[in-house]
Design a protein around this ligand. Sequence first.
Ligand code: ADE
Ligand code: ZN
Length: 326
Amino acid sequence: MTPEQFIAGLPKAELHMHIEGSIEPALMLALARRNGVAIRWQTEAELRDAYRFTRLQDFLDLYYDGCRVLLQVADFHEVTRDYLRRAHADGVRHAEMFLGPQGHTMRGVPLAVVMQGVLSAMEAAEAEDGITSGLILVAQRHRSEEEAMALLAEAEPWYGRILGFGLGGAELGHPPSKFERFFARCRELGFKVTAHAGEEGPAAYVREAVELLQVDRLDHGNACLEDAALVKELSLRRIPLTVCPLSNLKLQVVTDMAVHPLKQLMDAGLCVTVNSDDPSYFGGYVNDNYLACQQALGLTQAELAQLARQSFEAAFMTEAQRAQAL
Ligand code: ADE
Ligand code: ZN
C-alpha cells in the first residue's frame, strides 16, 4: 500500500480550515463573472501564480480581496459545498470550518446571506455524503474587541447552529489579550473557543490564548515549542493544536517541510492534528498535508493513524457523534 492510499483510507476530522480560503481559482473566476466583480486576474494560471507569499499579511491581503466575489446566498453555498465534497473525497468524516463574517458584513453583505448559504451547504453535504460539519465564527484580530462583540450580538439568531468562536487574521501586534472580554462572553454563552496563536507570533501569545482566553483548542500553536513549561502544560491539559503544515510552508513560517515542527510537537506528547487552513491558496487539501509531512518527516503508518485519531479526540463532538463518524 502506498502512503497516499494509507492516508486516503484513514477516517479523519478536519478542524482548521477557512471557508473563504477554499475558493478554487476556477470558482473565483466564475463568481467574479457571475457577479460582475472586477478582479486583477483573468485565468486560473494567473491566479495560482499570484499565490506566492513571504508572510501572513501578503496572504491576508489577497484573501480578503478574493472574498469580494462572494455576494449571494448561492455563492456561499457553492464554496462551502465544494470544500465539503473535496473533504469527503479525502476521507474526512467531520469538518469544523471557520467563517469570517466581518470580511463580508463590512462589504455590505448581510450576515443572513452568508449564514443561509453556508448552513444550507452543510445540510446538503450531510444528506448527500454523510459528512458532518460544524461552524466556528472567527473575529478578525486587527479589528477592535467592540467589533468582535458586535459580531457575537449579530450572530444571535444562529446561536443554535454555531459550534464556537475563534480569532484569526494578522497576528503580530494583535495579542490574544486584546480579546479577553470577548472570549469570556463567548464562553459564558456556552460556545467552544479557539484562537490562532503561535503561527507568526511568539510563545507568549500561545500562553495568553491558554491563560487569558481559556481556549479549548489552539490554531497552529507551533511557537509553543519555545517555552518548555508551556508545552508541558498543553500536554498535561491535553489542549489540542490544529497544525497546518502546507500553510506554514507557503507563509514561510517554516523554511522547508523537513524542518517542520509537527514531529517535535507529537514527540512532546501534544494532541496534534493536521489540517489544510486555506487549501486553495496553499496548494493542498488535508490528505496533501498528511502526505507532505509523511514524506518530509518520515512519519510511520502508526504516526499517521495517531494524527487521524487525535483529530477526532480534538473535535468538538459528543461521544455519540464520534462513534457515528468512525
Ligand atoms: N485567516 C485565514 N487563514 C489564516 C491564517 N493562516 N492565519 C491567520 N488568519 C487566517
Ligand atoms: Zn487558519
